[in-house]
Design a protein around this ligand. Structure first.
Ligand SMILES: [Zn+2]
Length: 200
């Protein structure tokens, strides 16, 4: 099961809840896989000496406390500063994950897709300060979202698949701790038209 997640291409066809490979659940029930990622991760932005607690990121004001970065309402005035891993990745333009959304469906619904990615970032970032979008690159029939973490790309990909079907696949490159998610929706046969409620 580990190998399926880590290095093999996981493909979800139109509305397919399970991948092949002997019926291994892919992508949808992922809490265990998330844990496995944490166990195996060798993130260059998370290694090295941990900052003293509490430390405050001077860029985003996340606070390192209890062994992790979190949003706090207050911290001691004399807290030391340390730039958090997410702000360092943004500064270096060094993503941990990329979601590529392509196909004719994008041509007709690009703004909606970008808004979906932004909404998911906002929700994710409220809980996890290090999960953020670094950049969004927009083309006529392609949108590419780069993130500071390996989880947000998957969340966005899952949300797209839930909302519009299409094809979703994911690569986790263990060695460089990088996630690549590709979502494609070509036309009406693949991309489901958004419901009126979602069409804002
Ligand atoms: Zn920061």
């Amino acid at each position: 099961m580990r190998r399926v997640w880590h290095n093999k291409r996981i493909h979800l066809g139109k509305g397919t809840p399970m991948a092949g490979n002997g019926g291994v659940a892919a992508f949808i029930t992922d809490s265990r896989k998330d844990r496995l990622i944490h166990e195996r991760i060798h993130d260059p932005y998370k290694t090295g000496d941990k900052p003293p607690e509490p430390s405050v990121c001077p860029v985003c004001k996340a606070v390192f406390k209890g062994g992790h970065w979190q949003w706090l309402k207050s911290w001691p005035m004399d807290s030391p500063t340390a730039i958090c891993p997410a702000c360092r990745r943004i500064r270096d333009n060094y993503p941990a994950g990329v979601v590529t959304m392509s196909g004719d469906f994008i041509r007709r619904h690009r703004q909606e897709i970008v808004n979906l990615a932004r909404r998911h970032e906002k929700a994710e970032r409220a809980l996890h300060p290090l999960h953020r979008i670094i950049s969004i690159e927009e083309h006529t029939d392609m949108v590419m979202v780069a993130t500071t973490d390996i989880h947000l790309p998957k969340r966005i990909g899952q949300a797209l698949h839930r909302a519009y079907k299409g094809s979703l696949d994911l690569h986790y490159e263990k060695e460089c701790c990088f996630v690549r998610v590709n979502w494609t929706a070509g036309d009406e046969r693949h991309g489901r038209e958004p419901s009126p409620k979602k069409r804002r």
